[in-house]
Structures are given as structure tokens and as C-alpha cells.
Design a binder for this molecule. Structure first.
Ligand code: G6P
Length: 483
């Protein structure tokens, strides 16, 4: 029985495309494979997705597939010399009319015509995730004239952010719209929307996905300063999504690194309170791109996210392009397990003083309350169509494992991302109703998850096929005659 509750998202890329490597990643504990649509062709992604599903099935594992849209990352064009070196005090211009492949030491083109409208004198622009910083001195109809505050190398296509956020590019580009079609065709389990400004951006993505025939759960990447400007903006984005990602790369650039830890805690807490899942991402194991061992700071960073009660921690370049993808998953695995031993990961005061509005939610929370207060209980079984019931359960801190029993491949994969939830293929509707409890418990016995004498909670509805229909909580003692 897996002892780790926090899940691991690993980004696939050139370093993790061979069947051997994917198999090792799955066996090391990858719960979600992320396909980054910023890089690679549709064929690359389809081939990786196919292999992941095939290899996961071979080993009886459930691995969700998460597509990540590129989004409107604003980038500079190219330099004639590919790369320049800027020093503090240099003057430099961004031009919407300069030839795209002919940047010089003084000027570079940019593909975002509204940059000159969005920026004003005094703004700070951050290039290449903040490695180079410039201040806007003058704005013309086609150019921004800047002074370099922090110098360094600048090369082709580096990203550009404004400190404090507020660049107005709409969230979905033409490429993103094409990739939404691809995500639907690939039957991806999750789709992450990059740089959403507000709920309307998520609603639009949802509409396009639905029109394309997809049913992925949507993840809003929280990476613009305006998304965290106040609770209303943040909660609006969270409510419109099925989950969120603390996308710390661009977010830290826009809000400043000093604000990041507090904002991470707030995003995770708000997402969980609003019944949504949450992934913590970016540079968690950065040094493992070139080293088989994480730094102490990285160990602490992963553990901190676990203690914040994130559903999942994520690897980016570490698994996509690094030298030690398997070691990075193994390191995350052991750090999560270690951090989960802390008592705050087991006790819940969540929603103790609140009222509930739905029957299934009340049953799900009652199940977790009972699981946390009756030491004989060793497992919770949620019969589920969509994954909603185990999602609600896993918003509660607990050390009791939650088993999501579903006949649907998509639900099995999706619930693999939820903290403390283990998917189990199970078709209750195919059994006579009087045999369901026994079969459900036998499945746990078979897996070694429970022993005779243990107690198990099972939740279900009156019908065995109704989303949102959960209205029953049963306590079953293993070894007894169950009906
Ligand atoms: C399964 C059970 C039903 C229950 C449903 C809840 O189908 O057999 O009795 O109503 O799951 O599904 P949900 O998607 O709301 O978690």
C-alpha cells in the first residue's frame, strides 16, 4: 500500500520520453505526467501520452495526464548575434517595429504591440525571469526606451514581465486554442490554463474544451500579480476552475520573491477551502537538473508545500530535461513521506464551525470526521462517478487513506492527483446491490490495505451511477459478513 499521500507531477520532455525512462518514473511514483505544450510537437506529446497510459496499465498504476497550455507569455524576438550582454546603466529599447531577427546591443523587436500602451515611464521590466531588470524612461508610439538596472546576458526569445503585473495579453492564443483541440482528442485528464487574468478566461477555455468534446478538469495557473491582488480576484479564479497551480516562476517575478511564500500558503488554503485541488510548482528540485541529490533548501521547500497541504508537488526541467529525472521523483517521494509524519498533516480543524450546502458534501465530510475520530478505521472507500466525492473528502487533513472506487478510466486517472486518494477500478453497478460492500472490502483485503477486525467507511448513493448522488455512509468491519 502506498504510504505517500502527497502526489508527484513530473513534466515529460527529451530526458523522459523513452519507454525505459517512463517506466522508471512510473515505478518511482510519478502520479501525474505533465505535457508542456510550450515545447515539442503534437506527435511528441501523443507518443508520450500513449506510452504513459500503456506502461501505467502494465503495472496496475494510475497516472493522470496533464496538458499545460503555453499561454500568452510575452517574449522578445531574436538578436542578430543570438545573445547580448547588458551592463547596469546601459540604454536599451524594445520596439514593436524593429525586424524580428535583427536585435542589436541597443534594440530588440517584440511581438506584443500593446507593450507600448501597457507600459509607462517608471515601470520596471523583468527579462528572463528577473535576471535582467530595466526601467522605462520614455514611451513612444512604437518603442520603450529603458535604462538597465540589473545587467546580464540576454538571448533570443527570453520572457518579459512587468513588476506588479498588468500586461494585458488575453489568456488564450491561437496556439492554445489548437492545443485545446489536441487535449480533447488525447482525452487528457487535466488541462492547465496559463496566465489567466480572471474567471472569464477560465470560462472561455472551458467552453472551447467542451466544444472540442474534452472533459479534462481545468487548472488555473496562478502566475499574474493581478490574480493575487486581493481575495476577490483570487477566489474568483479558483471558483471558476477545478484546481489551481501555484506557478511560482512568473508569479515571483511579478510580485517579488519576498511575497511568494505567504502567497503560496494563501493560494493553497483558499483552494482547499473552496473544494479545489492545488499543485505547487517551479524550481522545487532545481539543482537536481545537474545533481543526483537535492539541496537542503529544496528539501525544505518541498516539505513546506507538503505541510501547507498541497495536493501535489511538481517537477519541471528536473524531469523534462535534467540528468536525474528518476532520482528527482525518488527524492520528492521520500521528502513528502517524511514531511507527512508531522502531526499537522494528520489533524483537521477544517470547516468545523461551518454549515454545508450539499448532501454529498455532508456525507463526505462526516466520513472524514468519523475516520479522524475513530482509531479503528483504517480506510475510507468512496464509490464515485466523477471523482467529486473523494475530492471533497481529501480537502480534510487525515492519515486515513481514501480509496476512490470507480469504473471509469478518466476518474481513476484524475483522482490519482488528489492528496491521500488511491484510485481503484471497481464497477459497483455490475454487482448485485447486496454484494457491493463485501466486494469493496475484499478489494482492500486483497491489496493488504486492511486486516480482519479493522473498520472501513464506505460512501455511496441510492443508485450506482449518479454523479452527486452520495447520501449514505456505512461503517463496515472487515471479516464480518457484509451486506
Ligand atoms: C458511484 C456510486 C453512487 C454515487 C456516485 C457519486 O456511482 O455508486 O452511489 O452516487 O458514485 O459520484 P460522484 O461523482 O458524485 O462522486
Amino acid at each position: 500500500m502506498p504510504s505517500r499521500r502527497t502526489k508527484i507531477v513530473a513534466t515529460l520532455g527529451p530526458a523522459s520520453s523513452s519507454p525505459q525512462m517512463l517506466e522508471q518514473l512510473i515505478l518511482a511514483g510519478m502520479n501525474v505526467a505533465r505535457l508542456n505544450f510550450s515545447h515539442g510537437s503534437a506527435e511528441d506529446h501523443m507518443a508520450r501520452a500513449h506510452l504513459v497510459r500503456e506502461l501505467a496499465a502494465k503495472h496496475g498504476r494510475h497516472v493522470a495526464l496533464l496538458g499545460d497550455l503555453q499561454g500568452p507569455k510575452i517574449r522578445i524576438a531574436r538578436f542578430a548575434s543570438q545573445r547580448i550582454e547588458l551592463a547596469r546603466g546601459d540604454t536599451f529599447r524594445f520596439s514593436v517595429s524593429h525586424p524580428r531577427d535583427a536585435g542589436t546591443q541597443e534594440v530588440v523587436g517584440i511581438d506584443y504591440p500593446d507593450l507600448v500602451k501597457d507600459c509607462k515611464v517608471g515601470d520596471e521590466l523583468l527579462l528572463d525571469d528577473g535576471r535582467v531588470i530595466m526601467q522605462v524612461e520614455q514611451v513612444t508610439a512604437t518603442e520603450l526606451h529603458c535604462t538597465v538596472l540589473v545587467g546580464g546576458p540576454l538571448s533570443n526569445h527570453k520572457g518579459i514581465n512587468r513588476k506588479g503585473g498588468g500586461l494585458t495579453a488575453p489568456a488564450l492564443t491561437d496556439k492554445d486554442k489548437a492545443d485545446i483541440q489536441l487535449a480533447a482528442a488525447m482525452e487528457l485528464d487535466y488541462l492547465a490554463v496559463s496566465f489567466p487574468r480572471d474567471a472569464a478566461d477560465i470560462d472561455y477555455a472551458r467552453q472551447l474544451l467542451k466544444e472540442a468534446g474534452g472533459d479534462a478538469w481545468l487548472i488555473a495557473k496562478i502566475e499574474r500579480a493581478e490574480a493575487v491582488a486581493d481575495d476577490e480576484a483570487l477566489d474568483g479564479l479558483i471558483r471558476a476552475s477545478d484546481g489551481v497551480m501555484v506557478a511560482r516562476g512568473d508569479l515571483a517575478v511579478e510580485i517579488g520573491d519576498a511575497e511568494l511564500v505567504g502567497i503560496q500558503k494563501k493560494i493553497i488554503a483558499h483552494a482547499r477551502t473552496l473544494n479545489k485541488l492545488v499543485i505547487t510548482a517551479t524550481q522545487m528540485m532545481e539543482s537536481m537538473i545537474h545533481s543526483p541529490m537535492p539541496t537542503r533548501a529544496e528539501v525544505s521547500d518541498v516539505a513546506n508545500a507538503v505541510l501547507d497541504y498541497t495536493d501535489a508537488v511538481m517537477l519541471s526541467a528536473e524531469s523534462a530535461a535534467g540528468e536525474y529525472p528518476v532520482e528527482a521523483v525518488q527524492a520528492m517521494d521520500r521528502i513528502c513521506v517524511g514531511a507527512e509524519k508531522h502531526p499537522t498533516s494528520k489533524k483537521s480543524g477544517h470547516r468545523m464551525g461551518e454549515t454545508f450546502s450539499r448532501c454529498d458534501e455532508s456525507i463526505a465530510l462526516a466520513a472524514m470526521y468519523t475516520a479522524n475520530h475513530f482509531p479503528g478505521i483504517k480506510a475510507v472507500i468512496a464509490l464515485t462517478e466523477s471523482g467529486y466525492t473523494p475530492l471533497i473528502m481529501s480537502r480534510i487533513r487525515s492519515s486515513v487513506p481514501i480509496f476512490a472506487y470507480s469504473p471509469h478510466r478518466g476518474t481513476q486517472a484524475r483522482t490519482a492527483l488528489l492528496r491521500g486518494v488511491e484510485p481503484v477500478p471497481f464497477d459497483a453497478a455490475a454487482l448485485p446491490p447486496s454484494k457491493v460492500s463485501q466486494a469493496a472490502v475484499d478489494e482492500l483485503l486483497k491489496r493488504g490495505a486492511v486486516e480482519p477486525g479493522d473498520w472501513v467507511i464506505l460512501t455511496k448513493g441510492d443508485s450506482y451511477t449518479t454523479v452527486g448522488g452520495t447520501n449514505t455512509l456505512k461503517l463496515l468491519q472487515v471479516g464480518g459478513q457484509l451486506v
